[in-house]
Ligand binder design. Structure first.
Ligand code: GLU
Length: 472
């Protein structure tokens, strides 16, 4: 159980809609949601769409699609940062009026010179306008508004994951708060929005650690409480390098298409960078019960597809058959099956899936494992099977066929008992009949053991496949 902070926890996920929902982002959202749930708090979503050139409505949709698929929804209406511009400007005015911001009229060339000078003197950029009060006329000229922070002072962030991180303000530029076109900049907007949304804990990727220092100065200047920061290490690929395109699937949607279940992704992503003892498989409720930011690992987590497959296999086994039938059918549609076959195929899947679900790690693999049940007689028996159809074997198969026709209960268990009985009565080992039986039943596709194969096919389809082999 997460240690209960003194005030109600409010967390947020604040993606910039410039592309798909990356699994790193999905994990950030999950951690924020889990922490809010674990502490009885609220989890909010803010779309940071102020960069009008890079933000697209398609990306917003893609992010929501990914979040919805994962079941990570906001406890309150989603905030769009672009709608809050006037509030951002208002705060800049307050900072300006209180002497925490100043107007800077430097040209790009002058800025470059100042930057060089600052570098030579061992500190970050300071504008020549820092301590000047512009005249009303000057204020009519194009200018930016810069933040006026302490010149040379230590700045300490007690990060809930990284521990104590020390910065010095002499290494921090006088940040632009408002551009010359009057639009607010990223760090300013984030602080104003997080403050106004009442965010108490900011859990995000550690690529934002430097921003945390800049943002802390703005909070302090505005006289606002600084939220608790928790900067989580980014996800690395199996080879230990930062996750990139060459590692394969990046977008949450890719994982859906690869046949991972949302509950498996939640389980796996929660475990990726956070741990509760050695527990690898847990429910959402357990994650909520156990989650605490203090248990987030400081070292980057490596994506491990073998582990993900193992977790997914567990959640596939937990699924009810109807849901698996739908998922496999969707996979078959993706592979080009005709919609008109829905009824017959889903009926077969309903019988087959329980017999092959045990080892399937993904939905496409589960679909592959059911392929034998979907082959339609007449089909050509492979050469090996044809050779096995000797007089003796045909007679034996015929006797078995008769026996099976009399079965009153068609299940893997009753079939298994019947098969055992049969070989005993025939005085043969199972090896004598197994290969030919498998050959006539499997349609040349991989199939489970014979009793499961028969159970998966059902009585009618098994009968049809016997008849095809026996020419009856
Ligand atoms: N919008 C930022 C991003 O997508 C995150 C900002 C934040 O979490 O503070 O990287």
């Amino acid at each position: 159980m997460a240690s209960a902070p003194s005030q109600p926890v409010v967390t947020r996920f604040a993606p910039s809609p410039t592309g798909y929902l990356h699994i790193g982002g999905a994990r950030t959202a999950l951690f924020n949601r889990l922490y809010a749930q674990a502490t009885g708090g609220r989890f909010l979503i803010r779309i940071e769409d102020t960069d009008r050139e890079r933000s697209t409505p398609e990306a917003v949709d893609a992010i929501f699609k990914g979040l919805e698929w994962l079941g990570l929804t906001s406890d309150e209406p989603v905030v769009y940062q672009s709608t809050r511009e006037s509030r951002h400007k208002e705060v800049v005015q307050v900072l300006y009026a209180s002497g925490h911001a100043y107007a800077c009229f430097m040209t790009p060339e002058e800025t470059e010179v100042a930057r060089e000078e600052a570098r030579a003197n061992g500190h970050a950029l300071r504008s020549t306008w820092r301590d000047r009060t512009p005249t009303a006329d000057e204020l009519m000229q194009p200018h930016v508004i810069r933040f006026k922070g302490p010149l040379d002072a230590p700045l300490i962030i007690e990060d809930a994951v990284q521990g104590r991180v020390t910065f010095n303000t002499k290494d921090m530029d006088d940040l632009i708060l408002l551009r010359s076109d009057g639009t607010p900049t990223y760090n300013l907007a984030v602080v104003v929005d997080d403050h106004d949304m009442g965010i108490t804990h900011i859990i995000r990727g550690d690529d934002h650690l430097n921003n945390a220092a800049r943002q802390t100065l703005i909070y302090q200047a505005a006289g606002w409480d600084v939220p608790t920061f928790a900067h989580i290490p980014l996800i690395h690929g199996p080879d230990g390098a930062k996750l990139s395109k060459r590692h394969g699937a990046q977008a949450v949607g890719d994982y859906e298409a690869l046949g991972y279940l949302p509950e498996a992704m939640r389980n796996y992503l929660a475990r990726l960078g956070w741990s509760h003892g050695d527990d690898e498989i847990f429910t959402d409720a357990q994650a909520v019960e156990w989650f605490d930011i203090t248990d987030i690992n400081k070292a980057p987590a490596r994506l491990d597809f073998a582990k993900l497959g193992h977790v997914n296999a567990h959640w596939i086994r937990e699924c009810d058959t109807d849901r698996l039938v739908e998922l496999v059918w969707t996979e078959l549609l993706r592979r080009g099956i005709d919609e008109s076959q829905r009824e017959t195929v889903t009926e077969r899947l309903r019988l087959a899936i329980p017999q092959v679900v045990e080892r399937a790690q993904t939905i496409p693999l589960l679909a592959d494992a059911t392929a034998f049940a979907l082959v339609k007689p007449p089909f050509t028996l492979d050469e090996k099977t044809q050779k096995l159809l000797t007089e003796e074997n045909l007679e034996r198969l015929s006797r078995l066929h008769e026996k099976l026709l009399c079965l009153t209960k068609w299940s893997a268990e009753t079939l298994d008992a019947e098969l055992k009985n049969f070989v005993e009565n025939e005085g043969i080992s199972f090896g004598k009949i197994g290969p030919v039986l498998r050959g006539i039943l499997s349609g040349g596709q991989p199939a489970p053991d014979i009793s499961r194969t028969l159970a998966a096919l059902g009585a009618t389809e098994s009968d049809a496949r016997f008849k095809q082999a026996l020419f009856i």
